[in-house]
Design a protein around this ligand. Sequence first.
Ligand SMILES: Cc1cc2nc3c(=O)[nH]c(=O)nc-3n(C[C@H](O)[C@H](O)[C@H](O)COP(=O)(O)OP(=O)(O)OC[C@H]3O[C@@H](n4cnc5c(N)ncnc54)[C@H](O)[C@@H]3O)c2cc1C
Length: 431
Amino acid sequence: VSEHDSQASAEENWDVAIVGAGAAGLMAAVEAANSGARTLLLEKNRKPGVKILMSGGTRCNITQSTDNRGIVAAFGPPGRFLHSALAAFGVSDTIELFHGEGVPTKVESTGKVFPVSDRASDVLAALVRRLDRSAATIALDEPVVEIDRHGDGFHVRTSRRDLHARKLLITTGGQSYPGCGTSGDGYRWVAELGHRVVTPRPALVPVRTTAAWVRGLGGITIADATVRVLEPVDQTQHPDEARRKNGLLAERRGSLLFAHFGLSGPVVLDVSRFVSEHAAPHSLTLECDFLPAFDTGTMLEAFRGQAAAAGKKQLISVIGEYLPRRLCEALLASAGFSPQMKVAELGQRGWNEVAAALKRQRIPIEGTLGFKKAEVTAGGVELGEINSSTMESKLVPNLFLAGEILDLDGPIGGYNFQAAWSTGALAGCSM
Ligand SMILES: Cc1cc2nc3c(=O)[nH]c(=O)nc-3n(C[C@H](O)[C@H](O)[C@H](O)COP(=O)(O)OP(=O)(O)OC[C@H]3O[C@@H](n4cnc5c(N)ncnc54)[C@H](O)[C@@H]3O)c2cc1C
């Protein structure tokens, strides 16, 4: 009897141990148990799926109404990693799973899929019912503290016990919203096991600004705006010619929310990773187009038409037809105009300045709200070191990884959960 064997026999033995009962772990445990493996799912919190409960404003945006190719495309070039996972468990499988558990879904105008009940708790309850029907064992309030390679398997130390697992899946998520249990524990273990971890950065995170007028508009929502992240042109060393010309790092269109610290809403969250990964975030500017539906010429024509019809009209009442009044006042003030100014008094140059204030408003960026308020973590385990057909490590046999711990992060819209459901399911089937 080798030293390994005698040590292992004194411990509990499992075919499969899964660390982290979030979206990916809950999915994987059912698949692994259903394929006959004695499966233990270990969770740090007293409840599984805490992030699922708080997701989508407690409504849980389960996935996006698109096909698997649409999911792949939304992740950009790294999205290719998801092909096999989506083939194993794709968008339609996700929706069927929840329908089968008595959780009907609906699609909103943005393509986001939610439970009809608007309750994230229904989504989690469905996953927990599946888990209860499977033969998997779940251990709550039991954080894993240490993982070591042990023979062909793993020695896992938790807050309560030592155990041996023939196969190990790490689904500890990222390191955003650390209050949910996701404090980045998995990164250290995988690094110790020899994997490269691409530096984690906050993504889908609100952006801070020093502009007091922006902070003063907290609570105002603009349903349709375009935002661009710009870096200072003269300092730009980037070889890309187009980028060097205008310093444009990212551009998105969607809904925007003013907050007491700066800006949030889907469109800002979607560009936020370009801020958090920048070496000097405070040197960046957010350029906002508050009326992207109009090109400048058409917009000015409409404004001037009103001015011609009623020259005594005040500037604020013309622009106030398109945007919330408090925002108009702030934008006009930024261009040095009084909201009460009569439109007849505004010359060509004045109108051009108003147009720039509405369509090319530059807001200085201070940074982001960081991991504490980031919906996802960019960075994580290097994808090239994982076999995307099985989710098994190419470096450490019998080690599997799934979910947000991987170096994959998608935009707002249900993409991140879909990646977690799919990679979790594929890992579970492959173990
Ligand atoms: C506020 C908020 C809203 C969001 N809304 C949406 C949305 O609507 N749609 C969408 O697609 N995505 C959304 N996301 C992102 C989504 O929640 C994540 O991408 C997804 O949960 C990742 O799944 P995961 O299984 O990899 O990790 P998680 O779901 O984060 O699960 C990881 C689990 O591992 C556990 N764990 C960590 N360390 C240990 C340890 N040492 N021992 C044991 N257990 C451990 C954690 O407690 C946690 O339960 C949101 C995120 C946040 C923070």
